[in-house]
Write a protein that binds this ligand. Structure first.
Ligand SMILES: C[S@@+](CC[C@H](N)C(=O)[O-])C[C@H]1O[C@@H](n2cnc3c(N)ncnc32)[C@H](O)[C@@H]1O
Ligand code: SF4
Ligand code: SF4
Length: 461
C-alpha cells in the first residue's frame, strides 16, 4: 500500500511488470516495459535490485532481507528512492496495479503530414529491383493522361490548405522534369518542407546550385562503395555519375545530402564499407539501409530474388552498424524517435500521388489493388473522406497483426514496413514472419541508441 503522498509502505507489494524486457548494453542494462512504453537504463547494482523483484515482494520483508545484508540507514534511504523512481518509471508495479492505456487513440494523430509526388514515372535508369518498374509498364495502357506541370501546382495548393508539413518529390527520376526546381521553390515558399529523392545521375553543377535553393533535403540512392556492385543493380556507369552528382551538390553548398542505400542480394558483399565511403569520400550523411522489397515485375509476377535471406541480412547489417558507429559518432547523429507507434501512418499521415493522378497510401505501395482514388476525379481531401481503403488503413494497427499483437516489442518495432508484408503476402495486415528477427534487432538497437543519449538511473550499494 502507498500513503496519501504515494510513498511506499512496508506492506506494499512490489514486482517487476512481467512483460518487462531486459537488454544488455554494457556497462548498462536497459529495462523496457511494453505495458506503458517506458524504459530505464541502470548499472549492474540497479539491475540486481530490479531482478530481485521478478517475483512479487512485500517491501518490508524485502528490506529486511536485503538491507539487513547491507546494513545502514543511508543505504536504506537510497534504496527506497531507487525503488520509488522505478515505480514512477513504470518498471515496477505496486499492489498488482497495471495501467490500461488505449494506445490506438493515444498516439496516432490522423492528420495528413507528408505527401509523395511521383512527378514522372519515366526514368533514365533501369534498376533490376525497382518497385516502380511494373507501374511504368502499366502506364502505357492507362486511360488518364500524365499530370502536367500545372496540375502539380494545383495539387500543391490543395494540399497546402490541408496543413501538410512535407512534400517529397520522387519518380521515376524526378530530375527528368525540367520544371521540378520551379515547383519545389514554390512549395518551399508556401512554408512546406521539400525533399527530393533522386538517383543522382543527372546532377550537373548548374542544376546542383539550383537544388540548394529549393530543396531542404536531397536523398540520393547509392547502394555500394564498390562500383561493380552498385552498377550491377542500377546499370553500368551509374556509380560514377552518382558520385560526381553528390560532389557537385556538395560543391554547390548543399548541407543536407543524405545517401540512401538499398540492401539487396547483389550488394551484400562490401556493404559494410559504405559508411566509410560516404563519410570520408563523399562527406555527407548516410541513412539506415532499406531492405530490398519484393516487387511486382513488369510481367505482373512478384519478384523476391533480390531480397536477401535473414541470416545474410543480419550479418551485413551487423558489420554495417559497427562501421556506421565509427564514422558517424552519436554526437553527430540527429535524434531518433522510438515510438510508441501503432502504424507507420500509411494512408493516414502519408499519401502518395502517382504521375497519372492515382492516389496510394504510400510511395512503396503503388499497386493497382491499393488505389484509393484518382485526383482527376476528386480532391485529396474527398478521397481521404470517402475511400474505403483509407478508412481501413485508419484502423490498421500493429496490435491487430498476427503474432505482433502479442509481442512485447510491438510499439517499438511496429512490425516492419507494410509494403514488405504486402509484397510477400499481398496482405497489409500480414505478419512479416521472415524478417521478424531483423526487425526485433533493429528495434532493440534503436532503444539502445536512444538510451545511450540519456542519463542512467543508477544506484551504487
Ligand atoms: C522508386 S525510387 C524513385 C527516386 C529515384 N529514381 C531513386 O532511385 O532514388 C525511390 C526509392 O526507392 C528505392 N527502391 C526502389 N526499388 C526498391 C525496392 N525493391 N526495395 C526497396 N527500395 C527500393 C530507390 O532506391 C529509391 O531510394
Ligand atoms: S533510378 Fe529509381 S525509379 Fe529509376 S529504376 Fe532505379 S529505383 Fe527505379
Ligand atoms: S515483427 Fe517481430 S519483433 Fe516486430 S512486433 Fe512483430 S513479432 Fe514483434
Amino acid at each position: 500500500m502507498t500513503d496519501s503522498e504515494g510513498n511506499l509502505g512496508d506492506c506494499t507489494r512490489i514486482r517487476m511488470y512481467p512483460q518487462v524486457q531486459i537488454i544488455d548494453a554494457p556497462p548498462h542494462s536497459i529495462f523496457f516495459s511494453p505495458c506503458n512504453h517506458r524504459w530505464v537504463k541502470v548499472n549492474a547494482d540497479g539491475r540486481r535490485i530490479l531482478e530481485s523483484f521478478r517475483n512479487e515482494q512485500v517491501l518490508g520483508e524485502w528490506f529486511a532481507k536485503y538491507v539487513g545484508n547491507h546494513g545502514g540507514d543511508e543505504i536504506g534511504t537510497r534504496l527506497s528512492q531507487f525503488i520509488s523512481s522505478q515505480v514512477k518509471a513504470g518498471i515496477l508495479q505496486v499492489d498488482g496495479f497495471a495501467p490500461a492505456v488505449d494506445w490506438r487513440s493515444a498516439i496516432d494523430p490522423p492528420n495528413l503530414q507528408k505527401v509523395y509526388l511521383e512527378v514522372t514515372d519515366r526514368c533514365n535508369l533501369k534498376c533490376h529491383y525497382c518497385y516502380n518498374a511494373w507501374n511504368r509498364q502499366r502506364s502505357q495502357k492507362r486511360q488518364r493522361r500524365p499530370m502536367s506541370e500545372d496540375d502539380w501546382y494545383r495539387l500543391v495548393e490543395e494540399i497546402h490548405t490541408m496543413g501538410v508539413l512535407e512534400i517529397v518529390i520522387t519518380g521515376g527520376e524526378p530530375l527528368l522534369c525540367g520544371w521540378v526546381v520551379k515547383l519545389a521553390r514554390h512549395i518551399r515558399q508556401l512554408g512546406i518542407k521539400t525533399t527530393l529523392l533522386t538517383n543522382g545521375t543527372l546532377l550537373s553543377s548548374d542544376l546542383a546550385r539550383q537544388l540548394v535553393e529549393c530543396f531542404d533535403r536531397v536523398n540520393i540512392s547509392l547502394d555500394s562503395s564498390v562500383e561493380e556492385k552498385h552498377d550491377f543493380g542500377r546499370g553500368k556507369g551509374s556509380f560514377r555519375k552518382v558520385v560526381e552528382g553528390v560532389r557537385a551538390l556538395r560543391q554547390a553548398g548543399h548541407r543536407a545530402i543524405i545517401v540512401k542505400p538499398v540492401l539487396a542480394q547483389h550488394n551484400l558483399e562490401g556493404f559494410a564499407d559504405l559508411p566509410r565511403f560516404v563519410r570520408e569520400e563523399l562527406g555527407c550523411f548516410l541513412y539506415t539501409p532499406t531492405l530490398c522489397l519484393p516487387f511486382r515485375a513488369p510481367d505482373g509476377s512478384i519478384n523476391r530474388s533480390f531480397t536477401p535471406e535473414l541470416e545474410d541480412i543480419l550479418q551485413a547489417l551487423g558489420a554495417f552498424s559497427a562501421n556506421f558507429s565509427r564514422y558517424y559518432p552519436m554526437s553527430e547523429r540527429p535524434p531518433i524517435q522510438i515510438g510508441p507507434h501503432v502504424s507507420c501512418g500509411l494512408g493516414k499521415r502519408i499519401v502518395s500521388v502517382d504521375s497519372h493522378g492515382d492516389v496510394f497510401p504510400c510511395q512503396a505501395l503503388h499497386d493497382p489493388d491499393l488505389v484509393c482514388g484518382n485526383w482527376y476525379d476528386s480532391s485529396i481531401q474527398d478521397i481521404r473522406n470517402s475511400s474505403d481503403l483509407i478508412k481501413q488503413l485508419a484502423e490498421l494497427s500493429i496490435l491487430d497483426v498476427r503474432t505482433c499483437g502479442q509481442c512485447p516489442w510491438a510499439l517499438l518495432c511496429s512490425g516492419g514496413c507494410r509494403a514488405f508484408a504486402f509484397g510477400i503476402y499481398h496482405d497489409l495486415k500480414a505478419f512479416n514472419e521472415d524478417f521478424c528477427g531483423v526487425l526485433l534487432e533493429s528495434a532493440r538497437s534503436r532503444l539502445v541508441e536512444f538510451a545511450s543519449r540519456c542519463e542512467t538511473a543508477s544506484i551504487t550499494t
